[in-house]
Design a protein around this ligand. Structure first.
Ligand code: ZN
Length: 329
């Protein structure tokens, strides 16, 4: 035998040995894997809380819970520590505790609730679930001209304790405050109609008017009892709000008898158009004040030469009293 052949045989026996060892190892590992499988021992704050074979799935579930919570209005959950996992080999018949582990983590967490407080002059009044609801409630209170409309604000809250969450509608009904009107005592220049349009012809005006009070006409425009009635009388209870028929500037606001008109107001709407309001129980505007259409300017009463609570309402064009029923009522 030459040296080359000797070496060749030597190598071949080595390969044989290595192969056999590898096969044996595989069989051992296979046997272990058959009896055992990888399991994680889970501990929280240093305390053993259970076993899991599905580490990534369990941790995903826990992360999800911490980020979003699982209750209504929960913003997030605060946990002091997250579970620790240690790989161990255990027999197949050891039971997993994924559910218990999750429950343990959950019980030690502190949920934080997120909601929105509606403040009136900085004081928390009511709570709603979303910012949109809070915003809509305040906007509607503004539209309804609630007395507190300028004092309302929204605050985002993250709290451990939940509050009574109410609906937008509840916010509106509970926070709505009727506007308080302060009666004014004024003596100003009193502007009366310079004439009466006795024809049935309607003089066109370029503005839209609204009814200053709703009610029934108790006395019409035109001649009555041998004189001229320069407006219409609308019967309404004492204190009924009188609204400006259109936007404009107050030219007369005068308390007293005022030639029979009683507490009396005149508003100029421009282009020679004026509206007048007589027999009021209270006046809320002053001469020179700008008013918008629908704004409350006074209250129905029985002052001056009047028999029963009603509003005497006039529409004038260039000083001449027109029949209001050509435009309203
Ligand atoms: Zn009248």
């Amino acid at each position: 035998m030459n040296i080359v052949k000797k070496i060749f045989i030597h190598i071949r026996s080595w390969i044989k040995l290595i192969s056999l060892t590898a096969i044996a190892l595989c069989m051992i590992v296979g046997a272990i894997a058959f009896i055992y499988k990888p399991t994680y021992s889970v501990s929280l704050n240093g305390e053993f809380i259970g076993y899991t074979r599905n580490k990534s799935e369990l941790q995903k579930q826990i992360n999800e819970y911490v980020e979003n919570g699982d209750g209504e209005n929960v913003a997030f959950v605060q946990v002091d520590n997250l579970p620790e996992y240690k790989l161990c080999l255990l027999k197949k018949d050891v039971s997993e505790n994924d559910t218990e582990i999750f429950e343990t983590v959950k019980n030690l967490g502190t949920p934080y609730y997120k909601y929105y407080a509606i403040l009136d002059e900085g004081e928390e009044k009511l709570y709603v679930a979303t910012y949109e609801e809070a915003e809509q409630a305040i906007n509607e209170l503004k539209e309804k001209n609630s007395n507190n409309k300028d004092d309302l604000s929204i605050l985002e809250k993250y709290e451990v304790e939940t509050k009574d969450i109410v609906t937008k509608e509840e916010v509106i009904s509970k926070l709505y405050e009727e506007k308080k009107y302060e009666p004014v005592q004024v003596k100003s220049t009193v502007k009366y109609a310079s004439g009466t349009n006795s024809s049935s012809k309607k003089v066109p005006i370029s503005i839209g008017l609204i009814k200053p009070v709703s009610g029934t006409v108790t006395s019409r425009f035109g001649s009555r009892w041998g004189s001229n009635h320069k407006g219409v009388d609308i019967g309404a209870a004492k204190g009924t709000k009188i609204k400006a028929a259109a936007s404009g500037t107050v030219v007369t606001s005068s308390t007293g008898y005022n030639g029979g008109y009683g507490n009396y107001m005149v508003i100029s709407h421009g282009n020679g158009v004026e509206t007048a309001y007589g027999h009021c129980s209270a006046l809320y505007v002053k001469p020179g004040q700008k008013v918008s259409q629908g704004e409350v300017i006074g209250a129905v009463g029985n002052t001056g030469r009047s028999y029963g609570n009603h509003l005497h309402f006039e529409i004038r064009v260039n000083g001449v009293a027109q029949n209001p029923q050509n435009y309203l009522y």
